[in-house]
Every structure is written in C-alpha cells, then in structure tokens.
Write a protein that binds this ligand. Structure first.
Ligand SMILES: [Zn+2]
Length: 245
C-alpha cells in the first residue's frame, strides 16, 4: 500500500475512509471518476492517464463519505467459521473443526454433510475453500460433460478459479478438438439450478461464440428459460463474493 504523494501507478491500492481504493488507468475515460466494484469490495478510482492518478486519488479522499455510504450497501462479509452452515449447491453443509487434511464428509445415514478442516481465521477459511473448489470442480465438471454431450461437442477441460467478474468463461477447441471452460468456484454457493444454468451457458458457447439468438436457443433447449437464473446471479452475486472475507 502506497502513501499519498508518492508516484502512483495503475493497479496501486490506497486506503481511504477504511476502504481500499484501487487506481486504474483507462485511456478512454474523459475524467477522473469513482465507482464501487461490488465483487472485490473495493472502490475503483479511474484516470485517463497515469499522470492524473494523483488527481483520482485526491478525488477519492475528498469523497470519503460517498465511499463510506457505498461500502455500507455491500452485503456483510461472511467469514468461514466452524459451526457455520453453508448451502453448497443448495444443500446445507456444516463447517467443523478437526485435525488432519481438510475433507468433505458425507454421512451414510443421510444427515447433513460436513466440511472438516483445521486452523483458525484465514487459514481455516482457506482450507474450507479448497474443499469447496474441489466440490465445485466435481459438480460443474459433471454438468459440463452432460451438456457438451447433449450439444454433440467433445467434453471440454474444466477448471475452477476465483474469478471476480465472471461466473464462467469458455474457449472452444481449435479444429473440432475439445475446448476448455473455467468456472468461479463460488458457484458452489449458489442453488444447484443456477450453477447448472451457468454450465449450460458456457457449453452453449462451444457451439456459438456470442450471445445471439442461436446461442440463447441452445441454452433454452438445455435448461429452459434462463431469465430467473440470470436475475438470481445479478441479485445474489455480491453475496457469493462476501464468503470467506
Ligand atoms: Zn456467455
């Protein structure tokens, strides 16, 4: 974190009014401006040139109360702690503390599944997130294979990451080979139908690399009307990004 008065660069982060302000150079911007990045939970101060970053930083400092108001609108951070119950693909899962490698336990009697991990604070959260990523990869990998097959496309490679701005991204394979799809692991915290829609959406991109009528026709063939799922992500997306913070 740099102090005011030093040379400022694109991507630098400052603290203003208890908030993180990320500086950004955007050549097409007309003037300095501020906005809230809801998924990263930080303020973005944009300037048209690196030279104007100091002006953007000062602008952020002048608007400290505006920044505080925007932050107050965000969903509360939800640290991952033992005792908490998370909905994972819509199924309640209890977080517990226990020694050894972090693991997912599925009781045979059908009672609530558990994630058992050790450590405290951020260390505990990291261990739980590792298990959630694995779960996301297993479920989304299965749904992806299912929808790719329905579309007559070779099964793509699937990966999960902590993308801030997209729930999924698709790179179709070259010359008919398998493509690759990357998902945000945080879809594991969405209802199953919503995560399933994102898998269908990304698989439809294996056929159509755009959001035109033929693309949406593929999506509707796979999962029906997508509008309620898209609305869910718009409304609840910021909450999914509040977990583990
Ligand atoms: Zn898309």
């Amino acid at each position: 974190m740099k102090l005011f008065g030093k040379n400022l660069a694109d991507g630098d982060r400052l603290e203003v009014a208890g908030a993180i302000v990320r500086l950004r150079v955007y050549r097409r911007a007309r003037r300095v401006s501020l906005r809230l990045d809801r998924t990263r939970r930080e303020i973005v101060a944009t300037a048209p040139t690196p030279r104007l970053l100091a002006e953007a930083a000062n602008f952020a400092r002048e608007r400290a109360s505006w920044i505080a108001e925007r932050l107050a609108e965000l969903p509360d951070p939800a640290p991952l702690r033992p005792g908490m119950v998370l909905d994972v693909f819509g199924v309640p899962v209890r977080l517990e503390q226990g020694a050894g490698r972090a693991k997912w336990l599925e009781p045979e009697d059908g009672s609530t599944p558990r994630i058992v991990a050790m450590g405290e604070g951020e260390g505990y959260a990291r261990a739980v997130i590792l298990i959630l990523k694995r779960r996301a990869l297993a479920v989304l990998g299965e749904r992806t294979a299912h929808y790719a097959t329905q579309l007559g496309a070779p099964t793509p490679k699937v990966a999960v990451a902590d993308a801030k701005s997209r729930w999924g991204s698709c790179h179709p394979g070259r010359s008919g080979g398998p493509g690759s799809i990357r998902y945000s692991w945080r879809l594991a915290l969405a209802p199953f139908e919503v995560a399933d829609y994102v898998a269908a959406h990304e698989c439809a991109h294996l056929r159509e690399l755009n959001h035109g009528p033929r693309f949406w026709a593929h999506v509707r063939d796979l999962v029906g009307d997508p509008r309620r799922h898209r609305a869910w992500l718009r409304t609840h997306g910021p909450q999914l990004h509040a977990f583990g913070r």
